[in-house]
Design a binder for this molecule. Structure first.
Ligand SMILES: Cc1cc2nc3c(=O)[nH]c(=O)nc-3n(C[C@H](O)[C@H](O)[C@H](O)COP(=O)(O)OP(=O)(O)OC[C@H]3O[C@@H](n4cnc5c(N)ncnc54)[C@H](O)[C@@H]3O)c2cc1C
Length: 418
């Protein structure tokens, strides 16, 4: 059954769950709601679930620092079709919580409204765009398109370098020494070194951060391993520094230093999707909606938030990080609760697995920590193998298999590490 448009005033008896966003949180919200509907609904009483996303693909964002980022996605239809979730490809431009309606615009420019009984907002986050002279020369790896643009640029440096100064060709500057900056810097060092060796050139990667230490948010536990990896790879640090200008062939730092480089990557600052501003409710410093233990926006009870749009409290009173690690369970619990809410079932409080981080350090391996105090559990090639399994197995949804998708959609589900 097609979702009802607001222009059609006829009242349908079918309750409608609308999920906005086709990333980790949106896909798992829709799948968890489908699971609850399947287990508890009878024909005619189960809610109808529709997912709206502006892409046909679920992008595996945590892999966008790797080679071939254009391949890092899964077709949404391979996950949603087998479990009976309707999908609409369109951009949501407005949410009217009083009318319980959203305005969408499809690829042809056609605008229409969709109504809902319950909404899950799962439109993710975006990297900050700085007001920096030369910002048009900055690369980023926030979206699959942006990461692919960087990939093609790096490939061109190897083959078409006529207009590139030799000292800039295999040099990269990465702005931001946080999680994303460290992963792309170490990855680029491996790539540029391979290319430079083949062309008897010199590879150079510099990490610039206004903080005085690398991985400031990652804490002290993994820092010695990160610092050692950067030294081993020969990555240069400019800490306590800011970039004042970028051009096609160089970066200028605030202290006047000029760094020749053909490749400058910006990784600093994430904020929640601007659609969060259309939901009445409290927002945190990242623009995320503050949700209750059931992932509902307290002041707008028909709306739940999941993934990078939600600030939820977890163990020890900590607040979720914008990460795939939280987006997936946030999606599963929000989807479960939104369906339970409509079907008169008990909601379940958000209780994800304990906090873990696994940072890829390129050719120097990886570092795995557990807990909010980030105790190091694994380093080097052992941690790299663990990261590889996260990136190639655990963060991917099953496809084309209804039972497998609904089994993983259960909020109790966890991967075993055998
Ligand atoms: C380079 C990189 C490395 C990362 N590494 C890690 C890591 O190692 N570990 C980790 O846990 N996390 C990592 N993350 C973070 C992780 O990818 C995000 O936290 C996660 O993708 C958030 O999931 P989400 O579903 O909330 O949002 P997203 O994955 O961003 O999905 C949002 C969805 O909403 C859709 N959308 C947005 N706006 C609209 C609109 N107006 N209308 C319709 N659809 C819309 C988008 O198309 C997309 O489908 C990394 C992120 C990046 C960029």
């Amino acid at each position: 059954m097609a979702i009802e448009e607001t222009t059609n005033k006829g009242v349908s008896k079918v309750m409608k769950i609308l999920v906005i966003g086709g990333g980790f949180a949106g896909v798992w919200s829709a799948a968890a709601a489908a699971r609850v509907a399947r287990e508890n609904g009878t024909a005619g009483t189960a809610p109808q679930i529709t997912l709206v996303s502006d892409s046909d693909e679920m992008v595996i964002r945590p892999r966008l620092y790797e080679r071939d980022p254009g391949q890092m996605s899964v077709l949404l239809d391979r996950v949603l079709k087998p479990i009976g979730v309707e999908r609409i490809r369109a951009r949501v431009t407005k949410i009217d919580t009083a009318a319980k309606a959203v305005t969408i615009c499809d690829a042809t420019g056609q605008v229409r409204s969709l109504i809902y009984d319950r909404l899950v907002l799962a439109t993710g986050s975006q990297v900050f765009r700085p007001e920096l002279p030369g910002r048009e020369f900055l690369f980023n790896i926030d979206t699959i398109a942006a990461a692919d643009t960087l990939e093609r640029h790096v490939q061109r440096l190897e083959t078409h370098a006529d207009n590139v100064a030799p000292e800039s060709r295999f040099a990269a500057v990465v702005i931001g020494a946080g999680f994303t900056g460290l992963e792309i810097a170490t990855e680029l060092m491996g790539r540029l070194r391979e290319m430079a060796d083949a062309h008897t050139g010199r590879a150079r990667v510099l990490l610039v951060d206004r903080c005085d230490e690398v991985g400031a948010q990652l804490g002290e536990g993994p820092r010695p391993y990160i610092t050692e990896a950067l030294q081993q790879l020969g990555i240069e640090l400019r800490l306590g520094s800011e970039v004042s200008e970028v051009t096609e062939s160089q970066v200028r730092l605030a202290d006047g230093e000029i760094i020749p480089t053909a490749t400058t990557v910006w990784t600093v600052g994430m904020s929640a999707s601007p659609l969060t501003q259309m939901i009445p409710g409290e927002r945190d410093g990242l623009g995320r909606l503050v949700v209750d233990e059931f992932l509902r926006v307290p002041t707008t009870p028909s709306v739940f938030a999941a993934g990078d749009t939600a600030a939820a409290t977890v163990e020890g009173g900590h607040v979720t990080m914008q990460s795939c690690q939280y987006a997936t369970p946030l999606g599963k619990f929000a989807g479960h609760n939104v369906a339970a809410d409509l079907m008169g079932l008990e909601p379940v409080p958000f209780a994800p697995n304990p906090y873990v981080t696994c940072l890829d350090l390129g050719p120097a391996g990886a570092v795995l920590t557990t807990g909010w105090d980030r105790r190091v559990q694994m380093t080097g090639s052992e941690a790299k193998a663990f990261k590889h399994r996260i990136n190639t197995e655990w963060i991917y949804p099953p496809v084309d298999d209804e039972d497998a998708i609904l089994r993983v959609a259960d909020y109790h589900f966890t991967w075993t590490m055998d």
